[in-house]
Design a protein around this ligand. Structure first.
Ligand code: GLA
Length: 449
């Protein structure tokens, strides 16, 4: 391993450095402007100009966000669906059925095991919490056997742990799993959720019979939630269902939703993660610029800590979800999670990139010979870069990238400090605009650990 420090930056002829860094798998780097952070301002005019330019470029007015003051950084929390799905059999499987007991256990662990401390705040119920019928006043009700304290009781418990509670409903006539839908009941349901003390609504789009129903329903529920006066994060699946008809109007979606799903449900498999990344990069011209404080693209849950991903693949999901400014909603079992997966999910440096206050989503910069390079602009002129080796045969591969090609040429002017964050944190040292960065990246084949 070689890391290099050049302590006479910006002086003398440009030097082309080739730096070898033996780093492995879904690598994540943070590039900070060395001049500003480490050595004081040496060329104030230039730096000021750069800063000014950056401000102009990065503050181009995006679409207006939903005006509820929420999700100024991507939502962090836990959502039951991928891991526990629609298991309603508490007789046979009392520890893994969708019940208040499950959520109370997760709430306790989120508080006691450091999850809340690093930012995982929303404990979210997905489908299958409801009783099959509304009550006599037309209100949704929780299944009384599985949720004997009701959602209000659960919300009180979750709040007592310093956490927030999320719930699930559907814009159509039924939820995807066949429970009562909200069509015709948007106002009643919004009020019911607010009365119960709910803090987030995931609003699904199954069983909707027309585009108008879908669009008007999502808008109606957004306004109904706002009218309750309670702060409720609004998580939509509007574009996912809209794509079946035509390209969604993301400007409108951002005005009504705090985050929105664009693509298929995540599964506990590398194929699923790859499909999500492929869809995101193929559509990045449409979706990247629309994201920002108050409104985010949602590539679906983190499945780290489950069964389907190798260690390298889990690292890759964490790195790329940080680059994509994605909501970090884990779906795993916090009672049995491995220390390694826990440390990855609780990595403060990676979470800081995900939660960066500039709120710009990253994008895929390059794909060549089965290596992908992604980058994301961060506040204070820093950049995050992730590299993925998609080759599923062979061993670790070397990849060399010129620093000048990162950050639209501005990631490292005239020099910078690079810190590797994943798979392990390591200072790579001082680089110049003219340097090369040479890294070694594990393949994402299964079984690598
Ligand atoms: C849809 C959603 C999933 C989940 C299920 C529940 O498939 O996309 O995230 O909420 O419904 O039935």
């Amino acid at each position: 391993m070689t890391s290099l420090f050049n302590n006479s930056p910006g002086i003398g002829p440009p030097l082309r450095l080739s730096l070898k860094a033996q780093v492995t798998d879904g690598n994540l780097y943070c590039i900070t402007v060395a001049m500003k952070r480490e050595r004081g301002i040496q060329q104030p005019g230039f730096l000021l100009a750069l800063h000014f330019l950056a401000l102009i470029v990065w503050s181009l007015p995006g679409a207006r966000a939903l005006d509820n003051g929420l999700a100024m950084t991507p939502t962090m929390g836990w959502l039951h669906w991928e891991r526990f799905m629609c298991n309603v059999d508490c007789q046979e499987e009392p520890d893994s059925c969708v019940s208040e007991k499950l959520f109370m256990q997760m709430a306790e662990l989120m508080e006691s095991d450091g999850w809340k401390d690093v930012g995982y705040e929303y404990l979210c119920i997905d489908d299958c919490w409801m009783a099959p019928k509304r009550d006599s006043k037309g209100r949704l009700q929780a299944d009384p056997k599985r949720f004997p304290s009701g959602i209000q009781g659960l919300a009180n418990y979750v709040h007592s742990k310093g956490l927030k509670l999320g719930i699930y409903a559907d814009v159509g006539n039924k939820t995807c799993a066949g429970f009562p839908g909200s069509f015709g009941y948007y106002d009643i349901d919004a009020k019911t959720f607010a009365d119960w003390g709910v803090d987030l609504l995931k609003f699904d789009g199954c069983h909707c019979d027309s585009i108008e129903h879908l669009e008007n329903g999502y808008k109606h529920m957004s306004l109904a939630l706002n009218r309750t006066g309670r702060s409720i994060v609004y998580s939509c699946e509007w574009p996912l269902y809209m794509w079946r008809f035509h390209e969604p109007n993301y400007t409108a979606i951002r005005q009504y939703c705090n985050h929105w799903r664009n693509f298929d449900d995540v599964c506990d498999s590398w194929q699923s993660i790859k499909n999500i990344l492929d869809w995101t990069s193929s559509n990045q011209k449409r979706i990247v610029d629309i994201a920002g404080p108050g409104g985010w693209n949602d590539p679906d849950m983190l499945v780290i800590g489950n069964f389907g991903l190798s260690w390298d693949q889990q690292v890759t999901q964490m790195a790329l979800w940080a680059i994509m400014a994605a909501p970090l909603l884990m779906s795993n079992d916090l009672r049995y999670i491995s220390p390694q997966a826990k440390a990855l999910l609780q990595d403060k440096d990676v979470i800081a990139i995900n939660q960066d206050p500039l709120g710009k989503q990253g994008y895929r910069l390059r794909k060549e010979d089965n290596i992908e390079v992604w980058e994301r602009p961060l506040s204070e002129l820093a950049w995050a870069v992730a590299m993925v080796n998609l080759q599923e045969i062979g061993g670790p591969r070397f990849y060399t990238i010129s620093i000048a090609s990162l950050g639209q040429g501005m990631a490292c002017i005239p020099d910078c400090i690079i810190t590797q964050l994943l798979p392990v944190k390591r200072k790579l040292g001082f680089y110049q605009w003219t340097s090369d960065l040479k890294v070694q990246i594990n393949p994402t084949a299964k079984g690598v650990s």
